[in-house]
Design a protein around this ligand. Structure first.
Ligand SMILES: NC(=O)c1ccc[n+]([C@@H]2O[C@H](COP(=O)([O-])OP(=O)(O)OC[C@H]3O[C@@H](n4cnc5c(N)ncnc54)[C@H](OP(=O)(O)O)[C@@H]3O)[C@@H](O)[C@H]2O)c1
Length: 324
């Protein structure tokens, strides 16, 4: 099969498609013909050897996919060849075929494209778990979503609206602010403007944001604590800015603030029951039209370097996918 292979730490422009043996299927696994694979910022770090997980060489990167089951492991009873699925693959998605654990796969909901399926398994559960289990956000509350045109950001805006929150989305360009409005935010603010904190206060009538969904970190977190409401919650999702902020705890005390972390990937180890519950709830929201992945662009597998460049340069919005 054709696959992108990493056999030494490399820069994304060096990634190339090669002919390699088909992956071997075992118990509990599905072989999937990949129709689309989602790109994530950590793919860039992983191929460079800068991610917390450094797989042994050679490996095929790519953590999420959608496609058609072509073979099931001997003990797998809940899937059959021909099923259309999405899956969190961990590794191996940037290829024509992938072998994934059956417990990490879900049938594509009625009407969902392969591109949307490949864009779903990481960002939607992350935002759902943060907003429903960890915050939780209540109807009528002000939810401030940073980088609201990004992967987890769009998911957070859509889920926040579905929960009845009033949503303010921030983003860093006029195009992205259009996307933020299009996916349902009530207010869109360019957080490259020096006065975005004041604009959040104005939009909320001086109340501040009850819940802040922060996947950016750095200065954005520092400033967020100036426009968070009394009893507000800051959801710690990620550090796309590249800086892990340090929070002055007097601010936490003075405004009754909660700092709440969310690590979706660790649920498989600590709270596996939450995973099925989360996907089931999200598929319900999808069926109602409340959540819908936004695809920036679909690239051929050979153009994975260009796909990762669009993501890494902050040009893309929503999800970038590649298709073998
Ligand atoms: N906690 C979890 O379980 C979990 C799960 C998935 C992802 N994450 C993390 O969440 C973060 C966002 O992931 P994502 O998939 O949404 O990524 P993404 O689609 O690439 O979006 C990230 C957004 O962050 C903004 N940003 C601000 N400063 C940036 C900078 N210096 N470089 C690049 N982007 C910058 C950009 O929007 P603007 O241009 O509008 O500023 C960009 O669109 C990542 O750190 C990721 O590791 C965490």
């Amino acid at each position: 099969m054709r696959a992108v292979v990493v056999d030494r730490w490399m820069e994304p422009p060096e990634l190339a498609v090669r002919e390699v043996p088909d992956p071997v299927i075992g118990p509990g696994m599905l072989r999937v013909t990949v129709r689309a694979a989602g790109c994530n910022f950590f793919d860039i770090l992983m191929v460079k050897g800068q991610y917390q997980m450094r797989p042994p060489f050679p490996f095929v990167p790519g953590a999420e996919l959608a496609g058609v089951v072509s073979e099931v492991g001997p003990d797998v009873t809940d899937f059959a060849p021909g099923d259309q699925v999405m899956a969190s693959a961990g590794l191996g998605a940037f290829a024509e075929q992938a072998v994934v654990p059956a417990r990490a796969a879900y049938r594509l909901p009625e009407g969902m494209s392969f591109e949307a399926g490949a864009a779903f398994p990481i960002v939607y559960p992350t935002s759902y778990a943060a907003l429903v289990f960890r915050a939780p956000v209540k109807a009528g509350e002000w939810l401030l979503v940073h980088a609201a045109a990004g992967g987890v950001g769009i998911a957070a805006v859509q889920i926040g609206k579905a929960l009845g929150a009033r949503v303010i989305g921030t983003a860093g360009s006029a195009d992205k602010l259009d996307v933020v409005r299009r996916v349902g935010a009530d207010v869109a603010i360019d957080y490259r403007d020096g006065d975005w904190v004041e604009r959040v206060k104005e939009a909320t009538g001086g109340h501040g944001a009850d819940v802040i969904y922060d996947s950016v970190g750095g200065e954005v977190t520092d400033a967020s604590l100036k426009c968070i409401a009394w009893n507000g919650k800051l959801l710690v999702i990620g550090f796309a800015s590249g800086r892990i902020p340090e929070v002055k705890l007097n601010r936490v005390l003075l405004k009754n603030i909660s700092l709440v972390g969310l690590h979706w990937g660790a649920h498989a180890m600590h709270e596996p029951a939450r995973i099925d519950e989360t996907f089931r709830a999200l598929f319900g929201l999808y069926a109602q039209g409340a959540v819908e992945p936004v695809i920036y662009r679909r690239y051929p597998l050979e153009q994975l370097p260009a796909a990762l460049e669009a993501l890494g340069s902050r040009r893309s919005y929503g999800k970038v996918v590649v298709a073998p």
